[in-house]
Design a protein. Structure first.
Length: 113
């Protein structure tokens, strides 16, 4: 998969049916934001997640999964609260974060890349 240009990079919206194919299409780590539209902390963190998709497009894929629409992924990854952010490398979880301050999220992602 060719990386998008940083100015046009946006998080992928993934679900139960296309999640595995999207992961298989990239060699880059993937940051997955499990969120819900009704969740205020999710909405507060969304601009930072979107910004990571743009600023890290050359070394990270960012995806969003709505928990209300994708119960199989929620079960598969044991999502118990939102927001939950997972950093996956080769399909394996290497970091799990909950509601964190935006600077802390950027710091953790940078530290793992």
């Amino acid at each position: 998969m060719t990386p998008p240009a940083p100015e046009t990079a946006a998080p992928l919206t993934l679900g139960d049916h296309d999640f595995d194919a999207a992961l298989a299409a990239t060699d880059l780590p993937v940051l997955v934001d499990f969120h819900a539209t009704w969740c205020p902390p999710c909405r507060a963190l969304a601009p930072t997640v979107d910004d990571l998709a743009r600023t890290h497009a050359d070394r990270l894929r960012v995806a969003k999964v709505d928990i209300d629409e994708n119960p199989a992924l929620v079960e598969r990854f044991g999502i118990a609260s939102v927001p939950t952010l997972l950093l996956l490398r080769d399909g394996e979880v290497v970091e799990r974060l909950g509601a964190v301050a935006p600077p802390r999220l950027v710091e953790r992602v940078d530290g793992l890349l």
